[in-house]
Ligand binder design. Sequence first.
Ligand code: URA
Length: 286
Amino acid sequence: MSRRALDELGLGPIWIRRDQLAALAYDAEAEENDATPAARSAQGARPAAVALSGASTKPAAKASRAPVVVIPDARTRATPQETAQPEESARSREIAAMDWETLDASIRGCTACALCESRTQAVPGVGDRTARLLIVGEAPGAEEDKRGEPFVGAAGKLLDNMLAAINEKRGDGVYIANVLKCRPPGNRNPQPAEVAECAPYLARQIALIQPAVIFAIGRFAIQTLLQTDAPISALRGKVHRHGEIPVVVGYHPAYLLRNLPDKAKAWQDLLLLSDQLASANRVSHA
Ligand code: URA
């Protein structure tokens, strides 16, 4: 990777001590290779079991069809063993009709899964509610749980640098959210039932924001949004769709902090994202 590209990403001087890597809120080891169903079920995590399918680009209030979110019945607290049921619950229908304030309060007060017991606070998301670019990560880590904002730890600094490299900025035309709104204890992988309970929240955020482009970072976000088991390596370099919304995929910044050689690929992903944003701009100004 060229020196310039590294500088643009702000990666030149970044070195993380081995003993500090454990604190990164991400299973970076699994990013590339553990994407097969067998490998994931061995870890007790199958993000693709949950559908945020059919997300409309329009808010439910305005759209003829609200986003269809497939989640298990939320009346009982989910256990890790449960699998998602293919029917829309009353809870997901209720969430699909929420405005921003109600949604925010609902996320902050959510007790639908056991993560509410270990969290300091829920982390709904941050940024511009009319953003063109929505970034979707995995789940809050320790720092995010403490501060109530997504991507504020080491991975978040790298994410900010990556955005700056394509002239984008957190909060300015950009919204950042996670698949899970609460921190999994010890930064373990999200479990399918947890993803299922949180899915309506992300679906509603997408419907309210109506982003021009989604940047899905890391395998949990990618597999949840695209409903695929495919590894990131097979999905990179193409534009996918979540409903009608173009989705660009990329490596999770926590993974990139550990895997220097893949930063060149991250630069390519950012260029694709930038192209998509530019073409979305052209369409909106046509
Ligand atoms: N990793 C994520 O996926 N999200 C965060 O908010 C922080 C770290």
